[in-house]
Structure formats: structure tokens, C-alpha cells
Write a protein that binds this ligand. Structure first.
Ligand code: ADP
Ligand code: MG
Length: 265
């Protein structure tokens, strides 16, 4: 059969994020050693692994907050263009980087809210100043997202007046207000007391249920098991094992994953 007559089969939707053979070093330290990863639209992919295994680095590379030395990063099928090689490799197109980064909103462990701004101002800041969207429209969306995460009554409060769980929910509302194609979470519950952790877990679960595309770094195996479509176990910069949560948590195949799970239980 020639290429022209071959039936291509059902079209595979283009993933929001695709990473192929990614290598990342800090100086002489190779942190990611050839990682392949796909975040399909509407799916939640969780990254688990010991401290130092490269989870945050992978998230930051996906978001183009870090350069990488080899491999490809594709956003909705569009490959990041690079120039230079090795430690000098950098994205070649600033506008492309900004476009991709504003479509992948990040939520950090330490919330990173502006302390001198109210919660509403925090949520409105980037859509207005970075995206240039009309203030009135952004304010309406910001109030809607703050209500959605359960802190609609905190619009005029300052971050210091909120609990950690409320601050993290404000940070999630801020990420949502960018109307991103995917949300990237880096240990969103690690800085919280256990009783406040659950209110953030509930918000993340609700986002998963409404079909948001998410990349989630977490130490919370219960949350990973609950919300993920796919779980990736990183070990020393390589994917040691991956699969659906039932299999990864229920029937781990490698000694390293078994050890990791028994240490975190
Ligand atoms: P994880 O999030 O899984 O705990 P990280 O991605 O933060 O792991 O770190 C992976 C490795 O890269 C660690 O050895 C860490 O010390 C190193 N590393 C992370 N960030 C930097 C940096 N900015 N400069 C140098 N080394 C770094
Ligand atoms: Mg980390």
C-alpha cells in the first residue's frame, strides 16, 4: 500500500504537552536523563518519586521556565524551536515561549501571592497586565473562580489574613483566571497542615472531574491515586515505571517503586 491510500485510522487528538527524550543538566549534574511524557487533553498526569528525582525540574522544563539540553517539547503539537547546543541551548523564539507559558499556569508549593495586593487583585493581575484583557471582564472571571474554589468572600482580604489552605485556593483561582490549556501543580499541598490539605485536594479533584488537563507533582499518593489518569514514577531523572494509578499503586512492577511506596505509606 502506498502512503496515499493507507487508512490513517481514527485521528489521535493532539496532546496539550508532549515531551520526547528530554535531557536537562545543571552544569555537570544531569538531572533528567531522557524523559518521554504526554499530557493528553482532559487528562491528569501525576509525577511521583523521591526528593531530588527531578519532578520539579521536569515541570519547569515543560513550562519553559528552564532550558534543556536535548529532546523535544511540544505544546498542542507545536514544537519549541531551539538555538544553540548543550548547555547553551535556548528557545529561539521569545514570543513562542511567552505564548506557551501563559497557556500553562503553574501552582507552587509556596503559593507565591503578592502580599501587598488583595486576593482579588492577585487573581486579576496577570490576565490584565500580561494578557491585556479588559479589567471588568477579568474582575468578573476572578470573582467567579474565587467562588468556585470556595473563597468568594475573601476578595478584599490580603494574603496574610488567610489560612494556608485558603491562600493555596487563591493561587489556584489565579492560575484558572489565565484560562490556561493546562494547569501545572508542584506539590500544592506540601506546605499545608493535614486538615487544610483536604480543602485543596477537594478543589483539585473537582478540577479533574470537570476535565481539566493537569500535570501534578505530589507526595500525596492518595490524591494521585484518586485524581490521575496516568502516574509517572521518576527515579534519578528517569521514568522507572508508569501506568494507570490502579496498576502503579496496586501492582507495582519494580523494586524501586515498591520501596518508594512502602516508604511513603
Ligand atoms: P524533585 O522535585 O523531584 O525533588 P528537583 O527537580 O527539584 O527534584 O531536583 C532534581 C535535582 O536537580 C536535585 O539533585 C537538585 O539538587 C538539582 N537541582 C534542582 N534545581 C537546581 C538548580 N537550580 N541548580 C542546581 N541544581 C539543581
Ligand atoms: Mg520538587
Amino acid at each position: 500500500m502506498t502512503a496515499q491510500t493507507r487508512d490513517p485510522g481514527p485521528a489521535r487528538p493532539v496532546p496539550v504537552i508532549e515531551i520526547r527524550n528530554l535531557h536537562k543538566s545543571y552544569g555537570n549534574l544531569e538531572v533528567l536523563k531522557g524523559v518521554d511524557m504526554v499530557a493528553p487533553k482532559g487528562h491528569v498526569v501525576s509525577l511521583i518519586g523521591s526528593s531530588g528525582s527531578g519532578k520539579s525540574t521536569l515541570l519547569r522544563c515543560a513550562n519553559l521556565l528552564e532550558d534543556s539540553q536535548d529532546g523535544e517539547i511540544l505544546f498542542e503539537g507545536e514544537a519549541v524551536r531551539w538555538r544553540g547546543e548543550g548547555l547553551a541551548r535556548q528557545p529561539a523564539d521569545k514570543a513562542q515561549v511567552i505564548r506557551i507559558r501563559t497557556n500553562l499556569s503553574m501552582v507552587f508549593q509556596q503559593f507565591n501571592l503578592w502580599s501587598h495586593m488583595t486576593i482579588l487583585q492577585n487573581v486579576m493581575e496577570a490576565p490584565v497586565t500580561v494578557l491585556g484583557r479588559p479589567r471588568a471582564e477579568v474582575e468578573e472571571a476572578a470573582r467567579r473562580y474565587l467562588a468556585k474554589v470556595g473563597i468568594g468572600d475573601k476578595c478584599d482580604a490580603y494574603p496574610a489574613q488567610l489560612s494556608g489552605g485558603q491562600q493555596q485556593r487563591a493561587a489556584i483561582a489565579r492560575a484558572l483566571c489565565m484560562e490556561p490549556r493546562a494547569l501545572l501543580f508542584d506539590e500544592p499541598t506540601s506546605a499545608l497542615d493535614p486538615e487544610l490539605e483536604q480543602e485543596v485536594v477537594r478543589v483539585i479533584k473537582a478540577l479533574a472531574e470537570e476535565g481539566r488537563t493537569m500535570l501534578l507533582v505530589t507526595h500525596d499518593m492518595r490524591m494521585a491515586a484518586d485524581v490521575s489518569d496516568h502516574v509517572i514514577f521518576l527515579h534519578q531523572g528517569r521514568i522507572e515505571e508508569e501506568g494507570p494509578p490502579d496498576r502503579l499503586f496496586g501492582a507495582p512492577q519494580t523494586d524501586r517503586l515498591r520501596q518508594f511506596l512502602s516508604a511513603t505509606a
